[in-house]
Design a protein around this ligand. Structure first.
Ligand SMILES: NC(=O)c1ccc[n+]([C@@H]2O[C@H](COP(=O)([O-])OP(=O)(O)OC[C@H]3O[C@@H](n4cnc5c(N)ncnc54)[C@H](OP(=O)(O)O)[C@@H]3O)[C@@H](O)[C@H]2O)c1
Length: 299
């Protein structure tokens, strides 16, 4: 069975939204999920451990996709810290193998990378700025980026912090915060940690659109606003109509973390805008109107 699109990590927040977007567009798409993880309720998904080379190679050769969007990864910074070998295997080595398979088939590959390839001291970051990851997670992504860098069939799409409703039943930071707000539970959010967040739907559109363009190298797909985690929470509470949300501002220095948290990894995304003739995403307060409607809690 052949397909046009292969989405790895379709049980994840971005992969599930991607599979739903492709289904809505009537595209022939297949996603990969894991045995233990959730399955999206739209589209077709195949369970596989992508680190199993003997399973991955025949699957990709059988599917013969024209486009591969590779979102599967160890994305939790603490998990990557605790299991660095596993993180390197999944985030780097597996991505390299997928790139080799894409090249063999003449498929276009979108490798989803992260703003955490940067250290946080010199934002906003452009594609040409030197990487300086502060975490094992960020370092494994840099390693993969460097390995993929010269592939003419691959585009490295660096994504910022994502928010929105996944198309799969999966706990995410954003959805946990939404539930806490609706339950009037206290939330502590960093007032001094800045990101350029993007809506999941916009991130998925960016992946699909760049896949279809003959571009390679690195591309930033940051959202249009630089916001602190606290500001993101306040915007979310407002959109949900929770005027008495219990949000407490904290500073990064109040938290004991095994690895330093970058203060500001805002992405500068003008290359995306000039190539695609549109910004990667819409402002958060606009996206939140759709999100509140989807959650049926519009203010
Ligand atoms: N989340 C963010 O805010 C953010 C920010 C910047 C960049 N990114 C990047 O965007 C991409 C998607 O992120 P996300 O938040 O959607 O991630 P996610 O929700 O954590 O999903 C990742 C998916 O990868 C799967 N996976 C992990 N190891 C695997 C393996 N060995 N074989 C097969 N599947 C495996 C996971 O399986 P399980 O279902 O079993 O867990 C999960 O479904 C990643 O490349 C991430 O680095 C994310």
């Amino acid at each position: 069975m052949a397909t046009d699109w292969l989405v790895t990590g379709a049980g994840g927040q971005l992969g599930s939204v991607l599979l739903r977007l492709l289904a809505r567009r009537g595209a022939a798409a297949v996603g990969t999920v894991t045995d233990k993880g959730p399955r999206p309720d739209v589209g077709e998904s195949i369970p596989i451990d992508l680190t199993d080379r003997r399973a991955l190679e025949p699957l990709v050769r059988r599917l013969r996709p024209q486009f591969i969007i590779h979102t599967a990864a160890i994305t939790n910074v603490n998990d990557a810290y605790r299991h660095p070998d596993r993180a390197r295997l999944v985030n780097c080595e597996t991505s390299c193998l997928i790139n080799e398979l894409a090249a063999e088939l003449g498929a276009r590959l979108v490798f989803t990378s992260t703003d955490l390839v940067f250290g946080g001291g010199e934002a906003p970051y452009r594609e040409t700025d030197p990487t300086s990851p502060k975490s094992i997670y960020g370092a494994t992504k840099v390693e993969a980026e460097n390995a993929l860098g010269d592939s003419p069939n691959a585009i490295i799409l660096r994504l910022p912090l994502m928010y929105g409703v996944p198309a799969v039943d999966r706990p995410t930071t954003f959805m946990n915060q939404v539930r806490a707000m609706l339950d009037r539970r206290e939330l502590t959010l960093f007032g001094d940690e800045y990101r350029t967040p993007i809506w999941l739907e916009d991130a998925a559109r960016a992946c699909v659109d760049v896949a279809q363009r003959d571009i390679s190298g690195i591309l930033h797909a940051g959202g249009p606003q630089r916001l602190s985690r606290l500001q993101m929470g306040e915007l979310t509470a407002k959109a949900l109509g929770v005027s008495d949300a219990r949000i407490r501002s904290i500073s990064q220095c109040e938290i004991d973390a095994p690895e330093p948290r970058p203060a500001d990894v805002s992405l500068e995304s003008s290359r995306f805008e000039s190539l695609m003739r549109r910004p990667p995403g819409i402002p958060m307060h606009e996206a939140l109107m759709d999100i509140a409607e989807e959650l049926n809690v519009a203010s």
